[in-house]
Design a protein around this ligand. Structure first.
Ligand code: FDA
Length: 306
């Protein structure tokens, strides 16, 4: 827990990135979780995933952007990405973060930028997923999503909810009334116990409860986890309720449990892999380390191998 919190704290310190990238084992580990710094590297990864029967969601890495010009550059990157997805004929949608589009500068700016990405995707028949970030932006993320959903269709834009937040049960029921397509995940940020369940058992129990509501809603949702117990609970619930494999998808992160990804795809489940790329990989990478601090031992062992 201490290591997790320390890593999540460091995730917000860009200056540490310079130190980390000097060590080759760290760079190697980055390659495991990030498809590359360039769009073409990510498209190549998606091509490969598609061949193994998996779908993708491409994410241009960036967050907590502090300049209007940078936030607008992100919109143009997503326009290029959506065009490239069509051109390369890969099966992928896109994921965005509102702080990448200027949420920390001005809420209206983030809304306008998100709208510009969703409008382009809708026009191309593609789909935009709005990632969920730390709890200080949960409400505004939901508010902006609702504005977009009022204008665009169920299959144009969706949102993410985190099972570790105490508020999520209410948010989920509220959003299902729209209706909305939801990606359910456990949650990856450092949150106080007043806001998030501190105990992993409680998070898992909430995840299962929320998953069951989603599956029974009749809407196509994403169950995003690498946790075999959560996956087994999902499969079990779907079978017991007579919910077909085509009615939902499993989602996992690039570089994590490839074996499980391919196994589920072989068994006929829809499996979507979140594929991040870009130069601003540092906070994303640190969150992946925090989820499994054992990953650090891989780095330490390799440091001494030379
Ligand atoms: P858990 O953490 O219990 O891990 C279960 C098992 O999975 C571990 O025992 C290990 O085998 C493997 N595993 C998990 N993480 C690993 C890692 N980093 N390295 C190696 N093995 C690992 N969060 C968020 O706050 N907002 C968001 O928008 C998203 N979006 C998102 C999209 C997708 C497609 C996924 C899969 C996840 C997210 N997340 C997210 C992250 C999510 O909240 C959560 O932090 C991670 O998925 C880890 O939780 P698990 O459900 O895998 O369970």
């Amino acid at each position: 827990m201490v290591t997790r919190n320390a890593l999540l704290f460091l995730a917000q310190r860009e200056e540490v990135k310079g130190i980390i990238t000097r060590f080759r084992p760290f760079r190697k580990l980055t390659e495991r979780f990030v498809a590359g710094e360039e769009m073409e590297e990510a498209i190549a990864v998606v091509n490969e995933l598609n061949s193994s029967g998996c779908l993708a969601s491409l994410d241009h890495l960036n967050e907590a952007v502090t300049s209007v010009a940078e936030a607008e550059a992100e919109v143009r990157e997503y326009w290029r990405l959506l065009a490239r997805i069509d051109e390369a004929r890969v099966r992928s949608n896109v994921s965005i973060k509102l702080t990448q589009l200027g949420l920390n500068i001005d809420h209206e700016l983030a809304y306008r930028n998100a709208r510009a990405v969703v409008a382009e995707a809708a026009q191309r028949g593609n789909f935009v997923r709005i990632d969920m970030e730390s709890s200080n932006v949960t409400q505004i993320t939901i508010d902006i999503f609702k504005r977009l959903r009022a204008e665009f269709g169920l299959n144009d834009v969706g949102i993410v909810l985190q099972a570790y937040l105490r508020r999520t049960y209410d948010d989920l029921l509220d959003l299902l009334r729209l209706p909305a397509r939801i990606r359910l995940c456990k949650g990856a940020y450092n949150e106080p116990p007043t806001v998030a369940f501190p105990d992993k058992g409680e998070v898992d129990r909430n995840f299962i409860r929320l998953m069951q509501i989603l599956l029974s809603s009749g809407i196509y949702h994403g169950i995003a986890t690498h946790d075999e117990r959560m996956i087994a609970a999902t499969i079990d619930y779907a079978q017991r309720q007579g919910i077909g494999k085509e009615a939902f998808e499993f989602q996992m992160l690039y570089g994590i449990r490839r074996d499980l990804q391919e196994q589920l795809a072989r068994e006929g489940y829809n499996v979507r892999i979140y594929v991040p790329y870009g130069k601003h990989w540092y906070p994303y990478f640190m969150r992946r380390l925090a989820e499994r601090p054992a990953n650090i031992w891989f780095v330490v062992k390799n440091l001494f191998k030379g």
